[in-house]
Design a protein around this ligand. Structure first.
Ligand code: FES
Length: 163
């Protein structure tokens, strides 16, 4: 006859094996390779469609319609930044000095994760790249390229897309 403690031990060992296997799957799903920049992205930019006369539509990322309302100036702290959406794409807006507003694509130049506003810098949650909120320049890699700027201007108390 089977000893009930053996069955319990066997069940636990079996469940433990599945747990370890499942854990490996979860870890594999979250894994990215930061060493060579060839890992799969967790987000990807969707380019904006533009059309020129006599041509097929082409892609032009980060090209909002001029005058598109982006945010209220008062929503962006002086010396700080906010997450935003411009032309349906994740974006970052900063106000380095009062009345001076800059915007960038929030798509990380490393592996296309969505970068988050963090005061006077932008931080990528995937591999730790940090960018200067005033310039979009890389403060800390692995990203090597700055964030793509988006032209914006101040119109009254609003921030709008510029050309
Ligand atoms: Fe790797 Fe942003 S995607 S640091």
């Amino acid at each position: 006859m089977t000893d009930p403690t053996d069955l319990t031990r066997r069940t636990v060992l079996t469940l433990g094996s599945f747990g370890a296997f499942g854990g490996a799957l979860v870890l594999a799903g979250c894994s990215t390779d930061a060493s060579d920049g060839s890992g799969s992205p967790t987000a990807s930019p969707s380019p904006t469609l533009t059309e020129e006369p006599g041509t097929e539509p082409t892609t032009a990322p980060d090209a909002p319609a001029v005058g598109e309302d982006v945010a209220a100036l008062a929503d962006v702290p002086v010396g700080g930044s906010i997450d935003a959406t411009i032309n349906g794409q994740p974006a970052l807006i900063a106000q380095p000095t009062a009345g001076q507003v800059v915007a960038f694509s929030a798509i990380c130049t490393h592996q296309q994760c969505v970068v988050a506003a963090a005061g006077s810098e932008f931080d990528c949650p995937c591999h730790g790249s940090r960018f200067d909120a005033a310039t979009g320049d890389v403060l800390n890699g692995p990203a090597l390229e700055p964030l793509s700027p988006i032209a914006v201007s101040v119109s009254g108390d609003r921030i709008v897309a510029a050309s």
